[in-house]
Write a protein that binds this ligand. Structure first.
Ligand code: PGA
Length: 252
């Protein structure tokens, strides 16, 4: 049995005060419900430490949106190391989000390095993969996903997925309001699980694969009902407490 995971990616939004208010509303909302899903929030770097204090052993797990590809500590101006994130209470970190790949030119190899740094620091990496609209229209969705997965599998080995999460996020669905249909998403999730199962069926069976891309309260239930969809990576809708709580409920 895979415990569903619902992750809120707050991106570069809000103030510390608004983040604290959101945590308060989510904690209160979760206390009133019987949520079986694990819930993760990923605020921006400067908000992580104070938000970690606000979480105070409550039901929310904390994650960062990115980390340095550099090991240990050192002269890496502007970078934030995995050990620093673990030290202030992060349990998870996103790696390879499409906005990092697109806007910052992160390659599959760099993403694999970040994945390794995350695990070295004891963090659970959430490896984001997904195709662009052009790639989908060209019929290369599976080739793209396979290449993105292979960068991690070939350099680190399939065993690393025992302590990781994969998020399928079609780039054309992120922040566009255009969600993949449950069948479209399930097809890719099943492809991902199948690729991993070919190397290790037990690891594939236990791996949580999240869907991300315009997940909302209105579509979460039908997405999460699919066999290989184990929760969601939620951007915009995770900034609205009541909507995010409904999404968590849909995953529970
Ligand atoms: P969205 O973002 O839910 O706003 O589409 C998802 C993501 O980028 O993780």
């Amino acid at each position: 049995m895979r415990t569903p995971l619902v992750a809120g990616n707050w991106k570069m939004h809000g103030t510390l005060a608004s983040g604290r208010a959101l945590v308060g509303a989510l904690s209160t909302g979760l206390a009133d419900r019987d949520a079986a899903a694990e819930v993760l929030i990923c605020p921006a770097f400067p908000h992580l430490a104070p938000i970690a204090e606000a979480l105070d052993g409550g039901p929310l797990a904390l994650g960062a949106q990115d980390l340095s590809d550099q090991p240990g500590e050192g002269a890496f101006t502007g970078d934030v190391g995995g050990a620093m994130l673990a030290d202030i209470g992060c349990a998870y970190v996103l790696v390879g989000h499409s906005e990092r790949r697109d806007i910052h030119g992160e390659s599959d190899e760099l993403v694999a390095d970040k994945f390794a740094r995350a695990q070295e620091a004891g963090l659970i990496p959430v490896l984001c993969v997904g195709e662009t609209l052009e790639e989908r229209q060209a019929g290369t969705t599976e080739t793209v996903i396979e290449r993105q997965l292979a960068a991690v599998l070939e350099s680190l080995g399939v065993a690393v997925l025992e302590h990781a999460v994969v998020a399928y996020e079609p780039v054309w669905a992120i922040g566009t309001g255009q969600t993949a249909t449950p069948d479209q998403a399930q097809a890719v999730h099943s492809f991902i699980r199948g690729k991993i199962a070919a190397q290790d069926a037990t690891i594939a069976g236990g791996l949580r694969i999240l869907y991300g891309g315009s997940v909302k309260a209105a579509n979460a239930r039908e997405l999460f009902a699919m066999t290989d969809i184990d929760g969601g990576l939620v951007g915009g809708a995770s900034l609205k407490a009541q909507e995010f709580l409904q999404i968590i409920e849909a995953a529970s």
